[in-house]
Design a protein around this ligand. Structure first.
Ligand code: ADP
Ligand code: MG
Length: 364
């Protein structure tokens, strides 16, 4: 287990990591989600020992890592730009880590061969040993980079946007591979990403980071269905969020009274997920408002419908094709959009999720 306690790091007075505490379990896949500049790479560099925190501590299995140089931390780091040697073969790139590591370098040729072969098999590169790295595709380079890190059997593997450079198709395949490789090795992965779908799909737990602070740590389903703040809800890119004023029997938003199932007087934001919206083409059932249809986007297994919000923003509804046939709407026509008030999330003035949400749970 790794324990981060009260970590702080500033650059020229600008905080990059602020009072960050986190427990990382053994054998878990942890994803770290945050927008660009939120401190994700800084956090990995602090853990790896490439930079020193201004304050706070990092403990690995009960031992303080303070002052322990990077090469003695037994951590693997797959950096954003995979620094491979282009004129060396795949085998030599992977073996490099073993042969030249500062602590306990491995010189026995047959052992190097066995360990490199084992890891190349795991990442699906058996048969590529003699290829020059410069001749490989992006996805293959990514695998070499991963193999070179994993061959040293780190306790924790830090991955900085490992799928960022790959195209969409390959990214999905590599994502499945990464989960499989991690499970086979039983190491902990700390995988940094700016992509919400990736973070939710891959993590056993998701850590949401904003401006150097942790906003939420939870299982993906929980982050998705109950983001603890409006910032988290925004990153998820899955919620319509309306600013307004909560009342006893509704939420006042841009001339509409939106339905609620609880006392909403503390609420300042109203959130409803894209996939909870129904588009009413026949008789309306009154919960929601009329909105002008703008366009739809076909995204494989789902369709996104974009409407104009009463306050001028964009309102999104999402339909999964497994749940019915797509509907055809006419641009610039008005349609009634509606949802179940039970699915609504409410946030207070400071953007915190109100416990007394529409599911009728106890008041905060
Ligand atoms: P992320 O990886 O989430 O995009 P970073 O950790 O790279 O974010 O950066 C967090 C903040 O710290 C940013 O504001 C960035 O400009 C700043 N920062 C990161 N590294 C340095 C550095 N070496 N010198 C100065 N500022 C830095
Ligand atoms: Mg980064």
């Amino acid at each position: 287990m790794m324990e981060l306690r009260g970590l702080e790091k500033s650059y020229e007075g600008n905080p990059a990591i602020q009072n960050l505490s986190l427990s990382v379990m053994d054998n878990e896949y942890l994803t770290l989600l945050g927008p660009s500049g939120s401190g994700k790479s800084t956090l990995l560099r602090l853990i790896a020992g490439l930079e020193q925190p201004d304050d706070g501590s990092i403990q690995l299995e009960g031992e303080d890592l303070d002052g322990r140089p990077a090469y003695m931390r037994n951590l693997g780091f797959v950096q954003q730009k995979y620094a491979l040697f282009p004129h060396m073969s795949v085998f030599d790139n992977v073996a490099f880590g073993l042969r030249y590591r500062q602590e306990d370098p491995l010189q026995d040729a047959s052992e190097v061969h066995d360990r490199v072969s084992r890891i190349l098999e795991l990442v699906g590169l058996l048969g590529y040993e003699e290829r020059m790295v410069g001749q490989l595709s992006g996805g293959q380079k990514q695998r070499v980079s991963l193999a070179r890190t994993l061959v040293c059997e780190p306790k924790i593997c830090l991955l900085d946007e490992p799928l960022g450079a790959l195209d969409a198709n390959l990214r999905e395949r590599m994502a499945i591979e990464l989960r499989r490789i991690r499970a086979a090795l039983k190491v902990t992965f700390l995988h940094v990403t700016g992509n919400e779908t990736e973070a939710l799909a891959m993590g056993d737990r998701v850590v949401v980071l904003d401006k150097g602070r942790i906003c939420q740590v939870a299982a993906p389903e929980e982050v998705f269905s109950a983001p603890t703040s409006i910032d988290v809800a925004k990153f998820l890119n899955a919620y319509n969020l309306f600013p307004g004023r909560g009342e006893l029997d509704g939420f006042a938003y841009s001339g509409h009274l939106l339905p609620i199932k609880c006392d909403a007087r503390q609420a300042h934001f109203y959130g409803i997920r894209y996939d909870h919206i129904r588009i009413i083409t026949g008789n309306d059932d009154g919960a929601g408002f009329k909105a002008k249809f703008l366009a739809s986007e076909f995204e494989g297994a789902r369709i996104k419908y974009l409407f104009e919000r009463p306050d001028g923003g964009v309102f999104e509804a999402e339909m999964h094709l497994g749940e019915g046939d797509p509907i055809t709407l006419t641009p610039n026509e008005f349609y009634e959009v509606s949802w179940d008030p039970k699915e609504v999330l409410l946030f207070d003035t400071s953007g915190e999720l109100l416990k007394s949400n529409a599911r009728g749970e106890v008041a905060k």
